[in-house]
Design a protein around this ligand. Structure first.
Ligand code: 5GP
Length: 199
């Protein structure tokens, strides 16, 4: 049977470049997969249902919560987001490392349920740079950008539950940091102690 995969949680302000960093770091690897969340927010231009998110309405979201189908869930700037449990459990059982791109409240719930999860916080180089990135993305109104910046500040105060911090200044450096964390986690004593039995 395959060794059980790890759960890797990445968080950080919307606009910190989380998915770019992680996609760069895992390029060409076959042992990693992303969990696709459900959300009640509307798709942005170019976002694909079932790939970027499963876009669902509030009623459907509430049903999933009540049936215990979400590993964690939270609201973020007036919308609900959650991680479907079944996919994550199946992939981990099949030996894949599963990446969750979720905000801090969700990360806290995951840590409580699965203390062995690896929590990584990705920071933009500065608040000014974060504002610039959100504005240049051009997908959110001014009010939404302000709300996201405010939320980012709140999230930074709660970041002490994380195991690692990556600063996404240069994408290659940030991706190398991410790969190094995966490597270090792979070499953990707890992860490898079965090797001692062969000596
Ligand atoms: P966005 O609307 O920019 O795609 O995401 C907003 C925030 O929601 C981001 O910080 C993202 O990491 C977080 N998020 C996305 N999916 C989930 C989820 O399933 N659960 C939680 N708790 N947060 C999520």
């Amino acid at each position: 049977m395959a060794e059980k995969g790890k759960l890797i949680v990445i968080s950080g302000p919307s606009g910190a470049g989380k998915s770019t960093v992680v996609n760069r770091a895992i390029q060409g690897r076959t042992d990693m997969c992303f969990s696709t969340s459900v959300t009640t927010r509307s798709p942005r231009p170019g976002e694909v249902d079932g790939k970027d998110y499963f876009f669902i309405d509030q009623e459907h979201f509430q049903q999933m919560v009540e049936r215990g189908e979400l590993l964690e869930h939270a609201s973020y700037v007036a919308h609900s987001y959650g991680t479907p449990r079944a996919f994550v459990e199946k992939q981990m059982d099949d030996g894949y490392n599963v990446i969750l791109d979720i905000e801090v409240q969700g990360a806290r719930q995951v840590k409580e349920k699965m203390p062995e999860a690896v929590l990584i916080f990705i920071l933009p180089p500065s608040m000014e740079e974060l504002r610039r990135r959100l504005e240049s993305r051009g997908t959110d109104s001014g009010d939404v950008i302000e709300a996201r910046l405010l939320r980012a500040k709140e999230e930074l105060k709660e970041a002490s539950i994380y195991d690692y911090i990556i600063v996404n200044d240069k994408i290659d450096d940030a991706a190398a940091d991410f790969a190094a964390i995966l490597k270090a986690e792979h070499c953990r004593f707890a992860h490898r102690k079965h090797l001692l039995e062969t000596f």
